[in-house]
Ligand binder design. Structure first.
Ligand SMILES: O=C(O)CCC(=O)C(=O)O
Length: 281
């Protein structure tokens, strides 16, 4: 499996054309319809060009998006990495570049056991330097272990750990950034065509480049794990003894895959809408 070897070597792999062009077209059409049918709910999330940003779990109301799990040649790489079938935990949909600073996902995808998570990024548009490509730091998944307990003491002292504390997130990312600098690892953009899929290792340092162009950058990130793996946030990351031992959500089935069931769609972490208030597309 050459893709898996590349993933282990570089911390990410690009699987070209893993999703059929016809499926990409269908999904783009369904999402456009979702926006029309839910104009009011979506409106507060749109930018000046009418583009959605960071919509969490859109697949719960645009069911065809689950085909990015069931009809995606790249998922075989995740199955091999996990050594068991890949399930869907959550998704993130963007119509513009995320412009996120370089980071590792592990503080908010703290699985038990560790490293049972992957990011699967599906391009629904052509992405080049002007429309916010994903940035990756090849080799950053192999940096020496970080002293997470030292960061915990510095940020939280003996106090409680807020699962989403910005300081707990950024202190860890700053240490990884310093490690990259120290050994000369630097970010590079990944240019993709519709249907290409980028998979990243749980420890890959990555982010989103600035998006200057008015054109869209439609993409879906699937956060995948094996079925039943609990996923915690900063509290589980900094104090694994508090982590749940099993997932607290149920799953539903699509094709031969399992998908975590949640009750709402989150628009940019600014507001949430219950799925039954949204018109499906
Ligand atoms: O899509 C992007 O620009 C970055 C996505 C990302 O960093 C993430 O989902 O963790």
């Amino acid at each position: 499996m050459e893709h898996l070897d590349n993933l282990e070597r570089d911390g990410f792999v690009v699987v070209r054309g893993a999703v059929d062009a016809a499926l990409v077209e269908e999904l783009n059409g369904r999402i456009a319809r979702f926006k029309q049918r839910n104009a009011k709910a979506a409106s507060r999330n749109l930018d000046e060009h009418g583009r959605l940003s960071r919509v969490v779990n859109l697949h719960l109301v645009v069911d065809a998006l689950t085909r990015l799990l069931t009809d995606n040649a790249a998922i075989a790489v995740c199955d091999r990495f996990f050594g068991e079938p890949t399930s869907l935990y959550t998704t993130l949909y963007y119509e513009r570049g995320s412009e996120q600073a370089l980071h590792r996902d592990t503080p908010v995808f703290a699985t038990t056991p560790a490293e049972r998570y992957m990011g699967v990024w599906v391009a629904l548009d052509e992405v080049g330097d002007d429309n916010g490509p994903l940035m990756v730091v090849p080799g950053s998944h192999k940096l020496p272990p970080v002293d997470v307990q030292a960061i915990r003491r510095e940020v939280f002292g003996d106090g409680p750990i807020d699962p989403l504390a910005p300081a707990g997130w950024s202190a860890y990312q700053a240490v990884v950034a310093a490690q990259c600098d120290a050994v000369g690892l630097s970010p590079r953009p990944v240019h993709v065509a519709p249907g290409d899929v980028i998979i990243w290792h749980p420890q890959l340092f990555h982010g989103g480049a600035p998006h200057a162009a008015a054109r869209m950058r439609r993409s879906v990130v699937m956060h995948v794990t094996p079925k039943g793996v609990p996923v915690g946030h900063l509290d589980a990351f900094y104090d694994p003894s508090t982590a749940r031992q099993s997932a607290s959500w149920r799953y539903y089935r699509r094709g031969n895959r399992d998908i975590a069931r949640f009750g709402h769609v989150d628009f940019g972490h600014a507001y949430k809408v219950r799925t039954w208030f949204l018109r499906k597309a």
